[in-house]
Design a protein around this ligand. Structure first.
Ligand code: F0G
Length: 451
């Protein structure tokens, strides 16, 4: 099949549980027959799949194109996505994120080959942009005036930016007081109608689901399958960066579980299309205080997910009832990945270690390194295996967490205070000095002696 033909390959919606295949989605993106989630499938690929080498060279050539869509790290891979006409595409040139070696983190976690794909290097500084460019474009195609999401802060920042670029209004529902200032400030500046509900993320989701059934508002949470399609491209871009040679392991944070579902879907599709020849194991890490998926797998053998009241300082993943758990479970099972949970102190220490490699990330992203250490200790990951961490958000998203950690205040007066002493050597509190040269030289000499 030629490239021109595959661009037109129709994508179909399909329910992940009952297999119903609706022509269009309901406002809440739930299956009208059974209420479960929908996903896009590409039936044409089974009978007449595109030539992998032709696709790879097409995508590579687009990197030197001056067309807006080719410059996007999402739309560059549009042959793998449902068709949205170019006039509806809203792009901020998302994707194109770097893959870094983490030499210090590799040493402390006991693996030789450790890299991080930094999705925090997207236009609004989180991985959400890759899904948002595509789903916001589908809202534009559907001529919606309003788009909306419930969020722990990153989805809302991203949605607000893309809505503004596409001349749409955006409504943000966020938990009152439990999101970082960096993220909140973004949605304000991008012009969203921002409502802080006296509830948690799961409460915001409930209200939003009711709202979209009553008002012509386009839902942009990751139950929207266009979000998953856009987010898929991060894995495609990763494989291209690795010359289509998959790593042994990919590790992602788990919150609402859209990202792990998207990356897993991409891996399976790339295998089907012979773009890669084997699957990496995809492992999902949760914070101990927000671990419904960990418990679903470890305690209930994947049979059910018991919602919980979530609590973690990694506010991005403070989620007790993840929508995409069935999709994520399938990915875990098919790729042979693991699920882990990590403590608050382990998250904070891992974040400082990623920072000390000159990279940095927000707390939710750091669960990946903390999880890697546990998976190394349990023997699931071997020292000679290659590992890629997906860092989901930028360091500057949540500076309060970072400053409190380095000042030694993050766990003061909490149950984790004793455990936190283990992370003391990673703390670099600012030093207040008199404004004279002697004091600065003394600080420099002291630092040199301790280094
Ligand atoms: N990392 C960051 C920085 C996030 O913002 C999120 C989710 C996750 C990881 C988890 O990804 O939900 O796909 O499993 N943030 C959402 C939000 C919920 O509203 O910004 P997931």
């Amino acid at each position: 099949m030629s490239i021109a033909q595959i661009t037109d390959t129709p994508a179909k919606l399909r329910c992940i549980s009952c297999g119903a295949s609706p022509d269009s989605a309901a406002q809440d993106f739930r299956c009208r027959a059974c209420g479960d989630l929908l996903e896009f499938v590409f039936p044409g690929w089974a009978s007449d799949s595109p030539h992998p080498a032709a696709l790879k060279s097409l995508w590579l050539n687009r990197r030197i194109s001056s067309e807006a869509l080719d410059q996007s790290g999402v739309w560059r891979f549009r042959e793998l996505l449902p068709h949205i006409p170019a006039e509806h595409a809203i792009t901020l040139r998302e994707g194109n994120t770097p893959l870094y070696h983490l030499p210090r983190c590799a040493r402390t976690s006991g693996v030789e080959n450790l890299r991080a794909k930094h999705q925090g290097m997207n236009p609004t500084a989180s991985f959400k942009d890759t899904g948002m460019t595509f789903a916001a474009s589908s809202a534009h195609q559907g001529k919606f005036r309003w788009v909306a999401c419930a969020s722990t802060g990153n989805t809302s920042a991203s949605m607000a930016a893309y809505a503004a670029r596409g001349n749409m209004h955006s409504l943000v529902l966020i938990p009152d007081g439990k999101i970082s200032w960096g993220k909140l400030s973004q949605s304000l500046d991008y012009g969203a109608l921002t409502c802080q509900l006296r509830s948690d993320f799961d409460g915001c989701v409930r209200i939003l689901n009711e709202l979209v059934r009553q008002k012509p508002v386009y839902l942009l949470n990751s139950v929207n399958p266009y979000r998953i399609e856009g987010q898929k491209t991060a894995a495609v871009e990763l494989m291209e960066q690795l010359a289509w040679e998959p790593p042994d392991h990919i590790i992602v944070p788990g919150g609402n579980l859209g990202n792990s579902s998207a990356i897993g879907k991409a891996l399976l599709e790339m295998l089907e299309l012979k773009l890669i020849s084997r699957l990496p194991k995809l492992s999902i890490i949760q914070a101990q205080g927000a671990n419904p998926f960990y418990r679903c797998v470890r305690e209930f053998g994947g049979k059910k997910l018991e919602p919980m009241t979530a609590d973690t300082l990694a506010t991005a993943i403070r989620i007790g009832n993840p929508a995409s758990w069935k999709k994520a479970l399938r990915v875990l099972q098919v790729t042979g990945g693991e699920v882990e949970q990590v403590s608050e102190v382990e998250i904070a220490a891992a974040k400082a270690e990623i920072g000390a490699d000159g990279i940095g990330c927000e707390p939710a992203s750091a669960v990946t390194l903390a999880g890697l250490k546990k998976l190394r200790s349990s023997g699931f990951i071997k020292s000679g295996e290659s590992v890629v961490l997906i860092l989901t958000g930028h360091l500057l998203k949540d500076p309060d967490f970072t400053i409190n950690f380095h000042r030694g205040d993050l766990f003061a007066g909490t149950l984790a205070e004793a455990e936190a002493t283990q992370a003391k050597s990673l703390q670099r509190a600012p030093i207040a000095l008199d404004a004279n040269l002697k004091a600065v030289i003394a600080a420099l000499d002291a630092a040199e002696r301790n280094s």
